[in-house]
Design a protein around this ligand. Structure first.
Ligand code: NAD
Length: 435
């Protein structure tokens, strides 16, 4: 199945609907609401790439800075054949809100290239990545806009991009991009930070609901960076991971999977196989093949969409049986579907909180790059845990106080902070005052 939005869905228009709804629970001035509905800067570039066979292909790329009132733009770069400007604008908008939810001194940005990276050789991928940076170099920088990885981009690509930017400006500039390899100024703990941040949110839920992990069944859509990390951490605590999927489809086992074996199979053989390995000996296990659509409708306690946006829509929301959802992907639930889930009593930890661990450790990486002082993995994880706990508790408290869902509470939490920054620059009330 394609979990990508159909061409008629304007992801950005749908994303900003959350603003109007959350506005009533904040002190944000109406001017601020209007400002957030328009990205500050939208760039479209073309990147010509010499292919290995000597031919030339031109790829379309985008960088959007949604808002930078609270600090430099921050947001990943996605490589995917369905990347379009509405999607990149939505992703940049979510970054503005996410950084504010976490109280990071950043605004929001995002980039993307319309490409299927699986069709490119490693050398073509390097030429494309460096070419993209040459195109957007004037619009990024440690104090301007700081990119990071997203779907189908990784640490090595971030390393190439940092190197290209450093060559262009004539000095080593690690803080221009985060999610780099450790050897090139990356941070310990960054590669699993998104999944780990989601995991810390779930540990809060575990305490609130007194869950016994062994009795909690989990289905995860998307078994990449974010999905694998949360699966591993939950499995270590005894949670039963009964279903996982990737772009080709999924597997289900009532018994639950041995997650590290699944990760090894996926990363070494590039397939999702139900295997169990002990001391180097592996055996194939019985597992049912399921589609991505079926995975979303499984009768599990916890559903974790960790692939792409718009996978739970008005069409299938009524069939979602999980009573708890951790939105590790950005925007997996449309606004209409969100209302249906809320009516059905589903507890959703929204993306701008659930997957904020990634940008939080990206912030730690940027701080370390600027200071030239590097932290241990334990230090990084400890700081991440404290931040996730504080902001989860603040959002949860707000949701309980106003009797609103976690998404509305998270947006209200973010809008207050963004609103404070806007107000500090002055609103109509200041400029019209008599003195
Ligand atoms: P990734 O490229 O590492 O993994 C993506 C996974 O999704 C892969 O397993 C892929 O096979 C699967 N997938 C792709 N298309 C699919 C489809 N149609 N149906 C089901 N599965 C599909 O990407 P990632 O970094 O893990 O990002 C996943 C999500 O998490 C994205 O929404 C991304 O924006 C979000 N996110 C990532 C980070 C980060 O730090 N990497 C931070 C915040 C949010």
């Amino acid at each position: 199945m394609s979990s990508h939005p159909p061409a008629t869905t304007d992801v950005f228009a749908d994303a900003i609907k959350n603003l109007d709804h959350a506005f009533q629970y904040t002190k944000l001035h109406e001017e601020g609401l209007e400002r957030l509905k328009h990205p500050k800067m939208v760039i479209e570039v073309s990147v010509p790439v010499r292919m290995d066979d000597g031919s030339m292909r031109v790829f379309k790329g985008y960088r959007v800075r949604h808002d930078d009132t609270r600090g430099p733009g921050k947001g990943g770069i996605r490589y995917h054949p369905d990347v379009d400007i509405s999607e990149v604008k939505a992703l940049a908008f979510w970054m503005t809100c996410k950084c504010a939810v976490m109280n990071l001194p950043y605004g929001g940005a995002k980039g993307g290239i319309c490409v299927n990276p699986k069709e490119l050789s490693n050398m073509e991928l390097e030429r494309l990545s460096r070419g993209f940076i040459r195109r957007i170099a004037d619009f990024i920088g440690p104090e301007i806009d700081v990119p990071a990885p997203d779907v189908y981009t990784n640490a090595m690509i971030m390393g190439w991009m940092m190197d290209e930017f450093s060559n262009l400006v004539g000095r080593h500039t690690p803080a221009v991009i985060t999610g780099k390899p450790i050897a090139l100024g990356g941070s310990q703990g960054r590669s699993e930070a998104t999944g780990r941040g989601g995991y810390y949110c779930l540990k809060e839920m575990e305490a609130i609901h007194s869950w016994n992990p062994r009795e909690v069944t989990v289905a995860i859509q998307g078994f990449g960076n974010a999905g694998q990390a949360v699966a591993r951490l939950l499995h270590n605590d005894g949670y039963k991971i009964v279903a996982v999927s990737d772009s080709k489809g999924g597997i289900y086992s009532e018994e639950g999977f041995h997650v590290q074996s699944l990760i090894n199979a996926k990363n070494n053989r590039r397939t999702l196989d139900a295997v169990y390995c002990k001391e180097g000996v592996c055996e194939m296990l019985d597992a049912e093949e399921i589609s991505n659509a079926e995975l979303l409708e499984l009768d599990v306690d916890l559903l974790i969409p960790a692939a792409l946006e718009n996978v739970i829509t008005a069409k299938n929301a009524g069939r979602v049986r999980a009573k708890n959802i951790l939105e590790l992907a950005n925007g997996p639930i449309t606004s209409e579907a969100g209302e249906t889930l809320h009516k059905n009593g589903t507890f959703v930890i929204p993306d701008i909180l659930a997957n904020a661990g990634g940008v939080t450790v990206s912030y730690f990486e940027w701080v370390q790059n600027k200071a030239g002082w590097y932290w241990t993995e334990e230090e990084v994880n400890e700081k991440l845990k404290a931040k996730m706990q504080d902001e989860f508790r603040a959002v949860y408290h707000r949701s309980q106080e106003h009797g609103i869902d976690m998404r509305t509470a998270a947006y209200a939490h973010a809008l207050e902070r963004i609103g404070d920054a806007f107000s500090a620059q002055g609103t109509v009330d200041y400029f019209r005052s008599p003195n």
